[in-house]
Design a protein around this ligand. Sequence first.
Ligand SMILES: C[S@@+](CC[C@H](N)C(=O)[O-])C[C@H]1O[C@@H](n2cnc3c(N)ncnc32)[C@H](O)[C@@H]1O
Length: 304
Amino acid sequence: MQDITSTGVYGTPPAELAEAPAGSIQFSPLIPGSGKLEDQAEASLKEMVVLAPPGTVERRYATALALRALAPGRVLTILAPKDKGGSRLAKELKAFGCHVSETSRRHYRICACTRPTELAGIEEALAEGAPRFDEGLGSWTQPGIFSWNRLDPGSALLSRTLPALSGKGGDFGCGLGILSRTILASPKVTYLAMFDIDRRATEMAARNIEDARAEIRWADLRSAARLTGLDFVVMNPPFHDGGAEDQSLGQSFIRLAAESLRPGGVLWLVANRHLPYEGVLKPLFRRVTLKAEEAGYKVYEAQK
Ligand SMILES: C[S@@+](CC[C@H](N)C(=O)[O-])C[C@H]1O[C@@H](n2cnc3c(N)ncnc32)[C@H](O)[C@@H]1O
């Protein structure tokens, strides 16, 4: 008989609402270095605590993976803010064949269930949330990744505005690789470091960008080894951290770009017009130029 000793956690649930046992294996695709729930043997975990992601398809996929990895009779605790999928958790678990107990605390719904021997609808949920090729994007993609099923208008504007770049550069928060594809269309680009905090994005980017000049890293840019002496950095910086608007994340991306560029190097950035990035750019760069403005987005070129 298999020895079931490991426990798992997905994301960082507030400790006062649901505590993952010490030593749990982290499985969130948004925490670099985590395990991959897809690769976890079926019925191999003795407990699982999941902070459910907000997107319906992504949430059902993560729930199905968690249930599959749990040994029968073992407990899954899954929670989410009420308005970010929490109110749908119990119904979704019942559809997988689980008996659910539900509590409500601090705007969260917290569901617990034991993993039944027979699960229902798991394969369907896994297929729905799996990687696929999207004809419209011309790219491999997966539910949960930023703008996974439509071209982000900001990225589209930046792609149209970018000149042919040259030398060594970075795509900070590369997602599926939409901007990297435009950057690498220039034969003068010799190297491109592509970073993203989302494992799924880096896996899809690796399928989308088959180019020896590209190096793709699953990393949190804020703690990753710093690049220096770059000729260019391109980005559509993230403006959400864990679901909440977070302007400081974009501002840190700008500071990191400034540190990574050589004197004279350029940052190309697109942002929603309402985001206050100009004030961060100006003290860090010699020259900041508005290059395009359309449908609520602004593209800046900033020279170090
Ligand atoms: C606005 S999206 C842009 C994605 C892609 N460049 C595009 O244009 O489609 C920002 C990206 O930054 C990533 N990201 C967020 N925080 C990050 C961090 N701390 N380090 C690295 N990447 C991060 C997100 O996962 C997301 O893919």
